[in-house]
Design a protein around this ligand. Structure first.
Ligand code: PEP
Ligand code: MN
Length: 338
């Protein structure tokens, strides 16, 4: 529930109520607005708690949170969350954040080459999978720890924050020691042990929507990470399973608008997995920005025809550069900077 303090409440009165609730075993999340302070109260409220609190003169009202997710909901925290990726890059503010790079880390040369290219075009972070959860056990499974070390080197050389996928709770801490942002892939969105482990690290988590998950299930997955102590979650729409076969997935751009309405967390879009075809990526990238996305995750490979995974949906650096220029114009139309 949310305790709405009256505009007259003093700092010490707010502190006193917070401490009283904490003593009763609740976790308190403070939101200081221009007019009022809100106390988000996390925990199972006992009977009559709301009435007891409402009897305090400096408490304006107590509002129950209607959604099953609490910390992730906009009711709980009305203002947008801005997630810091490191290197001066922040997602969820006025500035759009473009993360780009190959599906998989294939080697140091490949990563350095693409990092310099995307940086020249204005990208803000580099992606690359070191652990690859593939549909087939015979497909390339990733360079694993070697891949993480390459990402760390790329970050040192270019300053670009790195984004990489984690697939197993046992490697979360090791991955966090090498990479700036930890990605949860679509296949693991409801791997609750992985989500719980991610609650224990301080690195931001890029949480992809499960390919068959509802928006509510996606936000519940965010709640797992946040309730574990890590509030730095970035939501990523990457397409869902439908009957349509012309695209690899159906990119659900309405989910961007819904998630932005129901949650304070930043929402980004992955048009590469969302469509499966490089030639559809520019149109859907522009549409995502127009729909209110806070950023994009785009697969870019120096030579897509040689990529070990997801070549058909990867842009080459030249096409990525053109897209970045076009995105600036769309961003300006919807009041965003790049
Ligand atoms: C990826 O980002 O390369 C990836 C595997 O994505 P997803 O989990 O969305 O399929
Ligand atoms: Mn991929």
């Amino acid at each position: 529930m949310i305790v709405v303090m009256s505009p007259e409440a003093s700092e010490s009165q707010i502190k006193e109520i917070s401490e009283r609730l904490e003593k009763q075993g609740f976790k308190i999340h403070l939101s200081e607005g221009e007019q009022r302070t809100l106390l988000g109260v996390i925990g199972q409220p006992r009977e009559n708690l709301a009435e007891t609190l409402e009897a305090i003169p400096v408490v304006e009202k107590v509002v129950p949170i209607s959604r099953p997710y609490k910390m992730a909901s906009r009711e709980f925290k009305p203002e947008d969350t801005v997630v810091d990726l490191g290197g001066g890059v922040q997602v969820g503010g006025e500035k759009l954040v473009i993360m780009a790079g190959p599906c998989a880390v294939e080697g140091e040369e490949q990563m350095m080459e693409v990092a310099h290219e995307i940086k020249k075009s204005g990208a803000h972070a580099i992606r690359g999978g070191a652990f690859k959860p593939r549909t087939s056990p015979y497909s390339f499974q990733g360079m694993e720890i070697e891949g993480l070390k390459i990402l760390e080197k790329v970050n040192r050389e270019t300053g670009l924050p790195t984004v990489t996928e984690v697939v197993d709770p046992h490697t979360v801490h090791e991955a966090a020691s090498y990479s700036d942002v930890l990605q949860v892939g679509t296949r693991n969105m409801q791997n609750f042990y992985l989500l719980k482990e991610l609650g224990n690290v301080s690195r931001p988590v890029l949480l992809k929507r499960g390919m068959s998950a509802t928006i509510e299930e996606w936000l519940m997955a965010a709640e797992y990470i946040m309730s574990g102590g890590n509030e730095n979650v970035i939501l990523c729409e990457r397409g869902i399973r439908t009957f349509e076969k012309a695209t690899r997935n159906t990119l659900d751009l309405s989910a961007v608008a819904v998630a932005k309405q129901q949650s304070h967390l930043p929402v980004i879009v992955d048009p590469s997995h969302g469509t499966g075809h490089w030639h559809l990526v520019p149109a859907m990238s522009k549409a995502a920005v127009a729909a209110g996305a806070d950023g994009l995750l785009i697969e870019v490979h120096p030579r897509p025809e040689e990529a070990v995974s997801d070549g058909p949906q990867s842009l080459n650096p030249e096409k990525f550069n053109t897209l970045m220029k076009d995105l600036k114009e769309v961003a300006a139309c919807v009041g965003r900077k790049m």
